[in-house]
Design a protein around this ligand. Structure first.
Ligand code: 13P
Length: 255
């Protein structure tokens, strides 16, 4: 059975005191939740603090990106070794904002996945089409590309440690959520690709999140889809009220 995983991607929001307040409120609201893996991905400057503050809680900490080497003369970069040291358990890789604004490619995604796995961190690998690609009916082609090239030379054992996040770019920050049926169609397509690349047992064990304008009022319908195993939440993860409502609603619908 795939345990539902809901992660909040804070992107470039929250100072230390804001993040501290949010984390404390979430810890208080969510301490009883056991059937959901809850992850917070704050900016790098908050990682150590939040990992310490939430160490004995049911909330994991993740980073929003990484470089692929352990150390070196790479000004401005952060390594998986440092993220592990800071208390992270998860790392988002290949987010569309990294692909769009910072030159992330399938090749760099692939290197980052391997580096993160080497340090026993869980990669959350983002895939998904832009509006332009959707309008040209290229969604499946883009998923083929992101999945087969992003996961190139990843073994079956490694694959079992990866979480995939389907994030259609046209749904991110726009308020236009994919319908539950659209999310299901794309996520089933991803699982079918994983069956072809690995096997059915492996594909069936891999968690696939949906991301893009997830809110308290659409989480239930999304999670009812058979191939939607969680959510990667942006804007609605920035307030304790909306993020805890998402998690609590999710907790009621999942087994
Ligand atoms: P929104 O929930 O703000 O649309 O962001 C989604 C996202 O990019 C999560 O990684």
């Amino acid at each position: 059975m795939r345990k539902t995983i809901i992660a909040g991607n804070w992107k470039m929001y929250k100072t230390l005191s804001d993040g501290q307040e949010l984390a404390v409120a979430l810890r208080r609201e969510l301490y009883k939740i056991e059937n959901i893996d809850i992850v917070l991905c704050p900016p790098y400057t908050l990682l150590t603090y939040l990992a310490d503050a939430l160490e004995t809680s049911n909330i994991f900490i993740g980073a929003q990106d990484t470089y692929w080497l352990d150390e070196g003369a790479f000004t401005g970069e952060i390594s998986p070794k440092m993220l592990k040291d800071a208390g992270c358990k998860f790392v988002i890789i290949g987010h569309s904002e990294r692909r769009q604004y910072f030159g992330e490619t399938n090749e760099s995604v692939n290197k980052k996945i391997k580096a993160v796995l080497k340090h026993s961190l869980t990669p959350i690998v983002c895939v998904g089409e832009t509006l332009n690609e959707k309008e040209k009916n290229l969604t499946f082609k883009v998923l083929d590309d992101h999945i087969t090239n992003g996961l190139k030379d990843i073994s079956k054992e490694e694959m079992l440690k990866i979480v995939i996040a389907y994030e259609p770019v046209w749904a991110i920050g726009t308020g236009k959520t994919a319908t539950p049926e659209q999310a299901q169609e794309a996520q089933k397509y991803i699982r079918d690709l994983l069956i072809k690349m690995y096997n059915k047992d492996t594909a069936d064990a891999i968690r696939i999140q949906y991301g893009g304008s997830v809110k308290p009022d659409n989480i239930i319908q999304l999670l009812k889809q058979p191939d939607v195993d969680g959510a990667l939440v942006g804007g609605a993860s920035l307030s304790a009220e909306s993020f805890s409502e998402i998690i609590k609603k999710a907790s009621e619908v999942v087994k």
